[in-house]
Design a protein around this ligand. Sequence first.
Ligand code: PLP
Length: 371
Amino acid sequence: MRKALGGITLLYSIKCNPHPVILTRLAGLGLGMDAASQGEVLLAHKLGLAQEKILYSAPGKSEEDLAATLDVCTIVADSYGELERLDALCRRFGKKVCVGLRVSPSLSFGPGPFPEVLEGAPDKFGVPEESLACHIDFLRSLTHAQVCGIHAHVRSQVLSARALTAAFARVAGIARYLQNAGIELSFVNLGGGLGIPQGEEESELDLADLSAGLSGLVNSLSGNVRLYLESGRYLVGEAGFFVTPILDIKESRGKTFVYAPGLLNHYFRASFAAFMDSLPLEGFRGPAEPLWSGPGICRPMVFGKPATGRTVTICGTLCTANDVAARDVYLENVAIGNLLVFPGAGAYASALSFHGFASHTPCREVFFPEE
Ligand SMILES: Cc1ncc(COP(=O)(O)O)c(C=O)c1O
C-alpha cells in the first residue's frame, strides 16, 4: 500500500480497532493516526507521535476536547463556529496553532461499492465547498488558530478507484482554490473510503489504478503541501476473525438453532447485518457505515470435529430475539464444541460492540505472529 501511495502520508483510523498492539505496530511502521475523539488523540499521543502525525477530526467538539488536544495534535475544525471558538481559546492561552478545516466537497457517491459520482448532498460533516468563497475573509481574520490545512471524507467502503480518484481530485481542487485565495496550506487530508470486498462477487479495489489517479495530485498543489490519506478498515479488516464456540443446538418447529456466545454484544456488526437482512429494504439507499456494509455479509465458517452439515439460524446467548448473526444459512460440521469463525472482523468488531450489556464477560482480542 505504501508503494502505491508514494508521497502520501498514511493515517490509521483508530476507530476501526484501537487495540494497543495494532497502534504500536502501525506507528512503528511510520503511519500517523486519524483520531475521531479526544480519547483517540490521547491514545495516539501516548505512542510518541509528532503533532502533525495526529489529525483530530470530528463534529461537535467540546471546549474541553479542544483544550485537551491543542498541544498534541492537529485539530480539524468541523464548522466555522468551531474555528471561531478555537481561535478565541488559543488567544486566551496565548498560543498560535495551525489547524485544519473539514470541507464537504460538492460531490457525493451513489449507493454500492462501485458508486456513481453524484452532485453534493446535505452533509453532517464539514462546511460545504460552496460556502468557502464567502468565508475567505473570515479565514484570513483568524489570528491564533490559523487554517493551514483541509480534510474531507466522502464515504466508506468504496471499491472503485475511479470514484475515489474523483473525490480526491475534487479535494485537491478545493485546496488549490484556497491557495489561490491566499490561504497558505501546509497539508491536505484527502480522507479515505478504501473498501474491502464483501463476498466473492465483489472485486478488490485496484491499488494500481488508485495510485495512478493519485500521482498527479501530489504535484498539482503549489508549495510544500503534505498529503494524507486515511486507511480506514482497509489495513486491518481482513486481518481479524471473530471466533466463538457452539454451546447448544436446538430444533424448534422445523428450524435448527445454533447458540454461541458474544454475537450482538461482542460482534455487533454481524447481528446488525442479519437484522438488516430481515427488513424489507427496498428504496433504502444505504449502506450505513460502519454499522452495516450491505446485504449478506458476516458469513461464518465452522472449524472442529467433522459433523453433518445443516441449515441453521445462528443465535447469540442474550435475552433478545435480535441476537441472531445469520438466518437459515448452510453450515458444515454443526456440532457442540466446534468453533464458528467469522472472517473480516479486524475492524469495527469488538470496537463497535457493547460489551457492558447483560454483564457477560467481554471478548478477548488475541494476536498471532504473521507466520
Ligand atoms: C473521516 C473518516 N475517515 C476515515 C474513516 C474510516 O474509514 P472506513 O470507513 O473506510 O473504515 C471514517 C469512517 O467513518 C471517517 O469518517
